[in-house]
Design a protein around this ligand. Sequence first.
Ligand SMILES: C[S@@+](CC[C@H](N)C(=O)[O-])C[C@H]1O[C@@H](n2cnc3c(N)ncnc32)[C@H](O)[C@@H]1O
Length: 344
Amino acid sequence: MMAERSPLEGEEAAEEGSDHIPVLLRQVLDNLDIREGGLYVDATFGAGGYTRAILGYTGTRVLAIDRDPNACQFAESLEKEFGERLIFRHGRFGELHEVAVNAGFGRVDGVVFDLGVSSMQIDDGARGFSFQSDGPLDMRMSGAGVSAADLVNSLSETELSFLLKFYGEERRARAIARRIVAVRDENPITRTFELVDIICSVLGGPRPHKKHPATRTFQALRIATNEELHELARGLSAAEALLAPSGRLVVVSFHSLEDRIVKRFFRIRAGQTPKASRHLPEIQDEMMPQSFQIINRRPVIPGEEEIARNPRARSARLRSATRLEAPAWPYELDDFGLPDLQKR
Ligand SMILES: C[S@@+](CC[C@H](N)C(=O)[O-])C[C@H]1O[C@@H](n2cnc3c(N)ncnc32)[C@H](O)[C@@H]1O
C-alpha cells in the first residue's frame, strides 16, 4: 500500500535546517515506492534530506549511515523529531550489511545512495575538497586515514599518473604527475591552491565557459582518498544482500565513473550483460538467477527547473532496480570493472 504523505514530506521539508538541497528528491521517493511502515536505508545521510522525506510517510523507519562525523549533528536533530523511527550510524556504506544487521535491520524495503560529497563538505575550505578555495589538501570524508596530501606526497610518478587517469580520466595525467613529483621534491604539497597552481602550470589557467583545469585531478584525488569506487561496489553488493524481494535500490551518481559501475552492476544482475568472471566458470555464470529487474532503461536526470534552482544537480543521474527473489550474488570486483587495490 502506498503510504500517506505527511505535511512535512516534500522538497521544502527536506531542505529545512541545512544548506544542502537534496537532488532528484521527488524521483528518489517515487523510485523507492515507499510503503506504509516500510524499512529503508539511506546509505548517504548527509544533511538528512532524503531521510526526512522518507520519514514523512506514515510509519516508515530509516537506518541512515554517513562516514562524515559532521553528519551526526543533522541526525541528532532529526532523531529529536522522529524518535526511534530513525537510527543513525556513523560508518561506511561499504560495511552496510554489518551495520544493518547490528542495528537489528533484517530485510529492508528500499536502499538509496546519493553519491559523492555534500554541499557542506565542498563549501568548507578547511576540508580541502574544493579547488575554488584555499585549504589543507585533505579530502577525507571521515576525517581519518590517508589524506589527499599523503597520496600526492608519497605515491610514485607512475602511481600518481595511473590514479589521475583512472579516477579522473585526465588526459594529461603523466605530465601533471611529473610536475607534482618535481615540485614536491623541493617542498611537500600541503594546500589545495598549491596543487591548483601546479595543474595550471601544466594545463594552462582557467578559461571562461570551460571546466576548471583542476576538476579532473581533484576528482581523482577525492575518489582515491576515500576509495569511493570500491566503497560503491561493496555498498551495492551489501544492498543486494539486504533488500527483501520487491525492495527497491535507487542510486544517484554524479560522474561517469560512478554511473558506469551502477549501470554495469544492474545489467549483470538483471541478466542483460554476461558476467565476465575470472573465478567462476562460464557454465555457473549462465546459471546465476537474475537478482534485479531494472526499472528505468535510461537514467533519470533532473529537469531544467531543478537545475536552475540547484546547479549542483546538473550532472545527477538516477538509476533504480527492483530486487527479485533470487539469492544475492557473491561479491566480485570483476562485476564492477574495478582493479584489486591490494594487488597493485
Ligand atoms: C551528496 S551527500 C548526501 C546528501 C543527502 N542525500 C541529503 O539529502 O542531505 C553524500 C553524503 O554521503 C556520504 N558518503 C560518501 N561516501 C560514503 C560512504 N562510503 N559511506 C558512508 N557515507 C558516505 C558523504 O559523507 C556525504 O555526507
